[in-house]
Design a protein around this ligand. Structure first.
Ligand code: GLY
Length: 362
């Protein structure tokens, strides 16, 4: 078992990563939160049937009531309506201020259960049990919780650090290949912005079996990077923004295709390549970097290009949370392993977007 500590004063917590953790998680959560008499498990219709019973039984064996609140799987559920249903479920289950919420699932579950925990009764304790690779390496760590609005992703949210993150790598075995690869886009992102060695190591993995065999170590490396950056800049006023590499263009891709064609990781991968092609052309990035990123993404069956009019990128970016006044901070690579923040006036943004050549093929 591996442990990564996130040092945030009285909001510090551990990320535990290992095989076979799920059956022991109920006892662990009870030890962590001994005052909680009810611990609500929030999960979705894909993950709940697979794992909620094991977690519930572990909590009940520790003497804790563990109601399971299940919502329909998918990004389209991550909204204020489902959040309202969660509040109702927590109230009906008798959750009080000394109780807790556990998110059992991927990024959508963690984000939405976390926002419910941050706001129900003005805040109850929260634990993350991420079940997708993307959630283990990114969304379950660092305290960002949110739901989407029709006009954009994650526009209503809060910062709520979990009391712990428990990652059972056995759960990754049941992930459909597409979602394993989806998480690899965020893993590759860590290599791009912080860790040339990780980037090189990822190039030496040639099958999903090999990947799963080393997943524990990869997750630990990514969580370490995330923990250090969150410790330094919890509220994302500076260095934490580096984690948004590929996300500005990626969010535009996700939105333009109505969150249906590309998963989050796929869109982020496309965003990393498209931006780096432009920053290479602008002389900000070492030549050949975009091709190296594209080759590594392709190794994990991830897309690297999309046809989208510049106007669609500009419209979505105008709504971006990262926009400040008339400028935007982009994350750019100097070279693989070295990201930096680059402020761009909105009027100069077209130079950082893919040049128009084809047509919109949606
Ligand atoms: N997903 C980026 C962050 O947590 O800051």
């Amino acid at each position: 078992m591996r442990k990564v500590h996130v040092a945030l004063g009285n909001r510090s917590y551990d990320i535990e990563i290992g095989q076979g953790l799920l059956p022991r998680m109920g006892a662990k959560i009870h030890t962590l939160l001994p005052q909680a008499e009810t611990i609500a498990i929030v999960t979705d219709s894909n993950i709940g049937p697979l794992y909620a019973d094991t977690l519930r039984q572990g909590l009940e064996a520790a003497g804790v009531k563990a109601p399971v609140l299940t919502f329909a799987a998918g990004e389209e559920s991550k909204n204020l309506t489902t959040l309202g249903q969660l509040y109702e479920g927590l109230a009906k289950a008798g959750v009080t201020r000394s109780d807790a919420v556990v998110a059992l699932g991927g990024g959508v579950t963690g984000d939405m259960a976390g926002l419910a925990a941050a706001t129900f009764l003005r805040g109850v304790a929260f634990v993350q049990v991420p079940t997708s690779l993307l959630a283990t390496v990114d969304s379950s760590v660092g305290g960002k919780v949110a739901v989407d609005l029709p006009c954009g992703k994650n526009l209503v949210g809060a910062f709520l650090q979990p009391k712990a993150v428990y990652i059972d790598t056995d759960l990754l075995q049941t992930l459909p290949a597409r979602f394993l690869h989806d998480g690899m886009a965020e893993v590759i992102k860590y290599g791009c912005i912080f860790d040339a060695q990780l980037f090189a190591d990822l190039g030496r993995i040639h099958s999903d079996q090999e990947l799963l065999a080393v997943a524990e170590g990869i997750i630990e490396r990514c969580c370490n990077h995330k923990a250090r950056v969150v410790e330094e800049d919890e509220r994302e006023t500076g260095r934490r923004m580096l984690l948004n590499f590929g996300h500005t263009l990626g969010h535009a891709v996700e939105k333009a295709f109505h969150y249906e064609t590309y998963s989050h990781g796929e869109a982020v991968g496309i965003g990393m390549v498209l931006l780096t092609q432009r920053t290479e052309a602008l002389g900000l990035t070492e030549a050949g970097t975009a091709d190296r990123i594209a080759a590594l993404l392709q190794q994990y069956s991830l897309p690297t290009d999309v046809q989208l009019p510049q106007q669609e990128f500009l419209q979505t970016i105008a709504m971006d949370k990262k926009k400040r006044g008339d400028s935007l901070t982009l994350v750019v690579l100097r070279k693989i392993g070295e990201g930096f923040l680059h402020k761009v006036a909105f009027r100069d943004l077209p130079a950082y977007l893919p040049e128009e050549e084809g047509h919109d093929e949606r």
